[in-house]
Design a binder for this molecule. Sequence first.
Ligand code: PHE
Length: 366
Amino acid sequence: MSDYPAMQARFVADIGAAADLDALEALRVAALGKAGSVSALLKTLGGMSPEERQVQGPQIHALREAVTTAIADRKAALEGAALEARLAGERLDMTLPADAAPRGSVHPVSQVMDELAEIFADMGFAVATGPEIEDDWHNFTALNIPETHPARAMHDTFYFPTQMNDAAGRAMLLRTHTSPVQIRTMMSDEPPIRIIAPGRVYRSDSDATHTPMFHQVEGLVIDRGIHMGHLKWTLETFLKAYFERDDIVLRLRPSYFPFTEPSAEVDVGYRQEKGRRIVGGSGDDEGHAWMELLGSGMVNRRVIANCGLDPDEWQGFAFGVGVDRLAMLKYGMDDLRAFFDGDLRWLSHYGFGALSVPTLSGGISA
Ligand code: PHE
């Protein structure tokens, strides 16, 4: 008869000292595997007399129990230690100061959008957003552009296949302008409303000044007694703050958009200097010219009614402007396509520091 307590003590000591999971597995096979020593003891039970088995059986089973438990305990301890070690290795001190020479930069489009948000926040405008994948009701119909309207063809729209129409049977598309955010805001918010909506828009168009994806910022004001004077003041105040000069002169030219009535295209005076357009002065001044900058107008009564508001009570104005265009004018890039090439040299030349946040008090261009 073997000395089971001594065997158990030896096994438990070896298991407790196993340095890793491989060593532990080797000990398990040596004890409990097919040819293991504990398994061999279990097999001897069959050849014993009933009396002998009654004595030895419980002891051998107890030995197997003890070894099994010791292995499970050691396994849990080793796995826990491995996890601790991994966590310690991956530790990141979030309180350390930022890298003194950070890599990467803020894209001019992001920078200009931040500048616009800051300028308009000062005038009481909130920032609104809408989906880039729109339905044709929000992008066109609600904006007074019905199915058969020629303005739909003007927009070179990217449509999704008809199988992807939404539950209401509306065709899905990539929004062609930020104007659908006007609709979404008028339907979800109570007037008075003052928002800007910056974001990506898409048109099937591509050359030096057009990319299939570009950026707009929409402006919308809905309140009582709003008129075109409010529109002109708002645009003038915005452009003076954006270009950081007081001599910005605007010219409102009659135009047509289905969603505004009356509509005006807004031109700014500029002059050419060293191959660059410098905004400022009247376009009629010596050496100056006019450049079209944005579309605007009084929100069409029908659009206000489409959003469930009473156009006799609520009026407003809206405008839309190309963000990329604004960036090019202020920061002097001449090819729009370079904006979206992801060329690191371009980004390090035209990009902005991650920590130079635009503020009205600190200088809007950071
Ligand atoms: N959505 C128009 C465009 O993309 C711009 C615009 C917006 C015009 C708001 C008037 C009012 O061309």
